[in-house]
Design a protein around this ligand. Structure first.
Ligand code: GFB
Length: 309
């Protein structure tokens, strides 16, 4: 990507989009294109086509999506499947019509089967049933992957798909009902410390294993793949190691300085038992994550204190 290339970041206010913007600015890219959801409703086909025709971006990072944690995914299946399908289909088709140079689509590791062998290799896609708590979101993300692959085959478009593992960092959603586990725990431990509460409740059994990637590492990987990868196959982005939710809760407890007890609410779902990605493909291309989880939790907690507390 040339420094003056016109780069559209769809979803620039979200966790991933905002990290991609920070990174592009830091690297000296000057011609960044964004639109808020009030300015452009990505579910509106005519509006998205008109936007691409007028703005004519060279590169697109498709980070816009309806996202949420395990409870939001279970409670709002229609929103998760419909909104994501519309966003992907509209942006991808409009990008083709506008003749853009290249597009990077952000998927998710929940596209892999619930009981797939670990670590999750890219070729496990569509080999067995999905995790029920997020199958609606996963089906939409799989459709996005297939759109990119189909457009590569039929039209020769350079549309690539990447699958980041569970992400966290600045600009995350810290709402306890709809967030993912990392921001939820940061907020819960912080509030419990502030209010002198004796316990913090963690959902599920604490036994599920998750891998956590700092969003700045994810943005770095996205820029790297935009520059160096053109294949039809999906590419995982992760750190290559995981921990239990109970271990994560201990780390957040220490980072926040909470001294009470952790209690598990087993009436809440665990979700998929393990979700560790195989990172050999992206490692072989020459990329690896560098932000240790302890450092990432500490900096995310600082961001939370400065912006959300
Ligand atoms: O991050 P999370 O909501 O989503 O939950 P998934 C991960 C694990 O943390 C589950 C547990 O076992 C939760 O039960 N957990 C413990 C909590 N305490 C909490 C809490 O206070 N809040 C939340 N949210 N979880 C998501 C998918 O699955 O992964 C999305 O729903 C997406 O579609 C995302 O793919 C990456 O890791 O289970």
């Amino acid at each position: 990507m040339e420094k003056h290339a016109r780069i559209y970041i769809a979803g620039h206010r979200g966790l991933v989009g905002s990290a991609i913007i920070r990174r592009l600015r830091q690297d000296g890219y000057t011609n960044l294109l964004t639109a808020t959801s009030q300015e452009l409703d990505l579910r509106d086909q005519a509006a998205v086509r008109a936007f691409f025709e007028k703005e004519r971006p060279d590169y697109v990072f498709l980070a816009a999506a309806k996202v949420g944690g395990i409870l939001a995914n279970s409670n709002f299946p229609a929103d998760f499947i419909y909104q994501n399908l519309m966003i992907e289909a509209n942006v991808i088709e409009s990008a083709r019509l506008a003749g853009i140079e290249k597009l990077l689509f952000l998927g998710s590791t929940c596209i892999y089967p619930k009981m797939a062998p670990q670590p999750l290799k890219e070729e496990y896609l569509l080999t067995a049933p999905l995790e029920p708590t997020n199958e609606w979101y996963a089906v939409a993300k799989i459709a996005g992957i297939k759109l990119c692959q189909a457009y590569q085959r039929q039209y020769g478009c350079k549309f690539i798909s990447v699958m980041p593992t569970n992400l966290y960092g600045p600009e995350d959603n810290f709402d306890l009902e709809s967030s993912h586990v990392m921001p939820a725990l940061i907020r819960k431990f912080h509030q419990a410390r502030q209010q002198g509460e004796p316990t913090v409740t963690v959902w599920g059994t604490g036994k599920p294993l998750r891998e956590f990637l700092h969003v700045d590492d994810c943005a770095d990987a996205c820029l790297f793949l935009m520059e160096h990868y053109e294949g039809e196959e999906i590419v995982n982005i992760g750190v290559g190691s995981d921990l239990t939710i109970a271990e994560l809760a201990e780390l957040v407890k220490q980072a926040v300085g909470f001294e009470g007890e952790i209690v598990f609410d087993t009436s809440k779902p665990d979700g998929t038992p393990r979700k560790l990605v195989d990172v050999s493909r992206i490692n072989a291309l020459g990329w690896r994550a560098i932000i240790p989880i302890e450092e990432g939790i500490a900096s995310t907690y600082r961001w939370f204190l400065e912006n959300k507390a």
